[in-house]
Design a protein around this ligand. Structure first.
Ligand code: GLU
Length: 479
């Protein structure tokens, strides 16, 4: 952690952005695209940096600094979350917007990449102030045409959630009313035309990514592990929306959650922590610490170095650096956060034979389900609404035909299971699963074809760069 301590927020953001660019540059040598096209794919297209004042509760004024970066408009709208954190900087937002472009391309979500950031600590502001800040930020975006269902569609990120998205859609609809206004932002509450399954989507996607990797016996053999999630020891750093759900689904699949990391400190219990119980404990006491038989771990980040098979950093960037990388014991690192492993640290981990599931693949579940929410808003119909009952009736007829032919009656529970037509949540979850499975196959195939890439991250960049290059070339932008 010494590396992290010596850098201020701006320096961390700059290092993060430099790392993303260097990952890109390294990967581009495995593609055959002209230099000018690669340069266009690499650079952020537009950046809007803004300052606006808010009135503090003691009657003073505070100037808020905020950004929206649109990295690539090769597909429209551009898409990416809005982060509320004290650590936000111009370069951090650029790095995150860049990753969004490659994330969407990799998993075939037809958006360009973008990201927003507001430099505040939400804990230092009342709800009234947060609403004022969010509405003002949205107004600034509207004024400059940096938001809209066919232009740029924000979503939640670190420090924001459904509540903020609700303020955004309301502000946007007031300023730009129209039939598609609801599609100006995703991650909205259900009452505001959100979609079932969006809240848990990123964490669920991280779980699918890890499960895919772990299910390949020959890859696991190389790591000295058996295939399958059962009894795998998992540590999750970050117990927010992403970390909590990733841990929950890993636990449901039979893994043992031995460690959970948070700002206030971390927990370790080799016998396993019950994820839902830890959340309950945190809600009751305000901290994850002092949970049942678990050991409190301090400093919080040292949890990354504890014994486990799978480590899921799901908090912020720059967590595994050259300083702590040599001490990481996990064999698989599933990047729930964006940029948790620095480029120097990645070298050390790869030399140690670790398998790293790169951020812009592993956490692509959020934007995947955002895409479905946006489609739902534009089409004005929820998934499953039209065909659910029809499918159910058809299934019942089929069951009846089988019963008539065999003379055997199906039990009531099985009849219900077999006949059920898919509802919105079923369809969202199955689409998410399909995208994550297909994404892993794509990256692994690219890696097998180009082993010199040396990592799944580089292979993923190669695959995404190729897709974006084709989009540019087919559009005739580079005739
Ligand atoms: N903030 C999330 C991410 O980093 C979600 C973006 C979205 O849904 O647009 O992928």
């Amino acid at each position: 952690m010494s590396n992290q301590k010596t850098l201020n927020h701006d320096e961390v953001g700059t290092k993060f952005y430099r790392d993303v660019l260097s990952f890109f540059d390294f990967a581009s040598q495995f593609t055959k695209h002209p230099q000018g096209l690669l340069e266009q794919i690499k650079v952020p297209n537009s950046t809007y940096e803004m300052r606006f004042p808010i009135r503090t509760d003691d009657g003073n004024y505070q100037v808020i600094q905020a950004w929206r970066v649109q990295h690539s408009q090769h597909k429209l709208p551009v898409k990416g979350g809005i982060r509320f954190a004290e650590s936000v900087s111009a370069d951090e937002v650029k790095a995150l917007a860049t990753l969004m472009t490659f994330k969407c391309a990799l998993v075939n979500v037809p958006f360009g990449g973008a990201k927003g950031g507001v430099k505040i600590n939400p804990k230092n502001h009342s709800e009234r102030q947060l609403e004022a800040i969010t509405r003002r930020y949205t107004t600034e975006l509207v004024k400059k045409d940096f938001i809209g269902p066919s232009i740029d569609v924000p979503a939640p990120d670190y420090g924001t959630g459904a509540r903020e998205m609700s303020w955004i859609v309301d502000t946007y609809s007031l300023l730009r009313p129209g039939i598609n206004a609801l599609g100006c932002v995703t991650g909205k509450p259900l009452s505001q035309h959100g979609i079932r399954g969006r809240t848990e989507a990123t964490g669920r996607g991280v779980f699918f990514a890890v499960r895919e990797a772990v299910n390949i016996p020959e890859d696991m053999k190389k790591l000295g592990l058996t295939a399958g999630m059962k009894d795998k020891k998992v540590i999750v750093q970050g117990f927010g929306n992403v970390g909590y759900h990733a841990a929950l689904y890993c636990q449901e699949a039979g893994a043992i959650i031995v460690g959970i990391g948070e700002c206030e400190g971390s927990l370790y219990d080799e016998n396993g922590l019950d994820v839902a119980e830890v959340l309950k404990h945190r809600r009751e006491t305000g901290s994850i610490l002092n949970f049942k038989n678990a050991k409190n771990v301090s400093p919080a980040n040292s949890i990354l170095e504890y014994e486990c098979d799978i480590l899921i950093p799901a908090a912020l960037e720059n967590q595994i650096t050259i300083e702590n990388a040599p001490r990481i014991k996990a064999k698989i690192i599933g990047e729930g956060a964006n940029g948790p492993v620095t480029s120097g640290a990645e070298q050390i981990l790869l030399e140690g034979g670790k398998l790293i599931l790169p951020d812009f693949y592993a956490n692509a579940g959020g934007v995947t389900v955002s895409y479905l929410e946006w489609l739902k808003n534009l089409s004005r119909v929820s998934f499953g609404k039209i065909q659910r009952r029809y499918t159910e009736n058809e299934n019942l007829l089929m069951i009846q035909a089988i019963e008539n032919a065999t003379g055997v009656r199906v039990g009531e529970d099985l009849r219900q299971m077999l006949s059920k037509g898919p509802d919105e949540r079923d369809l969202v979850n199955s689409a998410l699963e399909e995208v994550m499975i297909k994404g892993y196959q794509d990256i692994r195939e690219t890696y097998m074809q180009t082993p010199k890439t040396g990592s799944l991250r580089t292979a993923a960049f190669v695959s995404a760069i190729d897709k974006i290059a084709i989009a540019y070339l087919d559009a005739g932008i580079f005739p």
